[in-house]
Design a protein around this ligand. Structure first.
Ligand SMILES: NC(=O)c1ccc[n+]([C@@H]2O[C@H](COP(=O)([O-])OP(=O)(O)OC[C@H]3O[C@@H](n4cnc5c(N)ncnc54)[C@H](O)[C@@H]3O)[C@@H](O)[C@H]2O)c1
Ligand SMILES: [Fe+2]
Length: 478
């Protein structure tokens, strides 16, 4: 081992091999190392004291002599399951590369709402449809955006009919108002519900038809109306994503419209707009963001950019969510949670999600429960299920949560699940689906619909319907 470490310490991280005498020769430019012993890669590096571990993004080790076949075998087994840092676990990724979807401009931090005024002014729009909800209008929160529009001389009409888990009916109402008022762009103001409703209105304004026509992936033919999404929760990240989740009131199913054309033009995340969130909303939306980060990280189509975003989001949420819930006026905590939800959004917008969301959408569709609460309750149960397929990824998640578990996958899984449960408990999330009023007799229907939800397609372990029913049962009883 010493020979390996001393040969390569100058150019790449040192490599620890528990036994065997391997010789290493560094290839400086590509960080490849040739070691006698057969061909294999190390996906995770540990420094020789065994104290630190970290993903290796570019290190490849080619061994050319099989002095320790069990090492080669172990390395190959790891390769097949896919390990972050070296071998991303999405076999088809190489064919067409990756696509990243982001708003044209994202304004973040204290004062960003004011900055949005100048940008809207430059785009030259005449009249906005402000899409929001009755609560935010009643408490005067919408005044902040009205003030900005007044300052730049842009007219507006207000649609305040959006409700949590927005529906196809609300989309039609908003569209009718947009047409009647002759609006040429949309400003959504609120959490995920107004943003999603606004996206759907924007799609129909230019593409025509019913919102149901656009369920699925990239069904639009024309750009939606320009959208400035001013966010007030932290959260869904709907202000930046290419997703719009609309409830079909006939089927009681939340439709996922996933389309690069529903990405807002400008996203605004000003934490001063989030100060007013009550504890329960802060908790639910924060746990939604954590779910985005974890599901994106274990997704079968994650990549180095989404991983970096996801891990940092987890770190910030672990550090600041409790503070944001305990003291809503803590601007630092609000600011960091706003960055966290944005990062988690960047991650899942391209890496997609998993079975937590596939199942949570059904609970939202049938019982109209808060999205973040459903996610929080399902998160540990689904991740425990996933852990048998991608246990190594839990080492990274444990590290993001601030725990050093070394290379112990079992310990990592236990640590992550315990941390999720403790965070949920501390911020006041109900313990199980029983407390949320979910009925066991609906599990079959919920599972049937979850199996069809596009969010589940990138879950690292594909469950059978019986397994999904079992997951609902576990989340009911935990
Ligand atoms: N499009 C996406 O990428 C995406 C991702 C995840 C979730 N979603 C969807 O987003 C919706 C949930 O959005 P949400 O959790 O942000 O909540 P929300 O928009 O449904 O709002 C919930 C409640 O909080 C209130 N509220 C919002 N901001 C507030 C503030 N600053 N202070 C006080 N009250 C405030 C609202 O008036 C409302 O009554 C769900 O329908 C979910 O499916 C969308
Ligand atoms: Fe979500």
């Amino acid at each position: 081992m010493a020979a390996v470490a001393s040969h390569i310490a100058c150019c790449v991280p040192s490599v620890c091999v528990s036994s065997g005498s391997l010789e290493a020769t560094p290839t400086y430019g590509s960080a490849e190392i040739r070691i006698p012993g057969g061909a294999f890669k190390f996906s995770r590096l540990t420094d020789c004291s065994g104290q630190k571990s970290r993903p290796a993004s570019s290190l490849r080790i080619h061994a050319v002599q099989t002095s320790k076949p069990e090492l080669v075998r172990e390395a190959n087994e790891r390769l097949q399951s896919g390990e972050h840092g070296v071998n991303y676990h999405h076999p088809d990724a190489g064919k067409d590369g990756y696509a990243f979807f982001m708003p044209t401009m994202s304004l973040i931090g204290v004062g960003s709402l004011n900055a949005a005024g100048a940008q809207i002014s430059e785009l030259g729009f005449k009249k906005a449809l402000i899409v929001t909800d009755k609560v935010l209008l009643k408490v005067g929160a919408v005044d902040s955006v009205i003030k900005v529009l007044d300052q730049i001389g842009v007219q507006y009409a207000i649609y305040d009919g959006t409700e949590p888990n927005p529906t196809d009916i609300q989309v039609d109402e908003g569209l009718a108002l947009l047409k009647k008022e002759g609006c040429d762009f949309i400003v959504s103001f609120g959490g995920g519900s107004p943003h999603d409703c606004a996206k759907a209105i924007g799609v129909l304004a230019t593409n025509g038809g019913k919102i149901h026509d656009y369920e699925g992936l990239n069904k639009t033919k024309k750009s939606m109306l320009p959208l400035v999404a001013v966010n007030t929760t932290a959260g869904t990240a709907a202000e930046l994503t290419r997703f719009s989740i609309i409830t079909d009131t006939k089927r009681h199913v939340k439709m996922a419209i996933i389309d690069w054309r529903v990405t807002p033009t400008i996203a605004v995340d000003d934490p001063t707009l989030m100060i007013g969130m009550p504890k329960s909303l802060t908790a639910a939306t924060g746990m939604d963001a954590l779910t985005h980060a974890i599901e994106a990280y274990v997704s079968t189509i994650s990549n180095p950019v989404t991983d970096a975003s996801a891990l940092h989001a987890m770190k910030l949420i672990k550090t600041y969510l409790r503070d944001a819930v305990n003291d809503g006026k803590n601007l630092k905590a609000r600011d960091m949670m706003s960055y966290a939800e944005f990062l988690a959004g960047m991650a899942f917008n391209s890496a997609s999600l998993g079975y937590v969301h596939a199942m949570a959408h059904q609970l939202g569709g049938i019982y109209n429960l808060p999205h973040g609460v459903c996610n929080a309750v399902l998160l540990p149960v689904v991740q425990e299920f996933n852990s048998s397929k991608v246990p190594h990824l839990f080492i990274d998640i444990a590290e993001a949560f601030g725990y050093n578990v070394g290379e112990d996958e079992e310990k990592a899984v236990k640590t992550v699940l315990a941390e999720i449960r403790s965070l949920s408990k501390d911020v006041g999330i109900p313990k199980n689906l029983n407390e949320l009023g979910v009925k066991p007799e609906d599990f079959e229907l919920l599972a049937d619909n979850a199996m069809k939800d596009a969010c589940g397609f990138t879950n690292p372990r594909a469950p059978t319907k019986e397994e999904v029913v079992e997951l609902f049962r576990k989340a009911y009883e935990q």
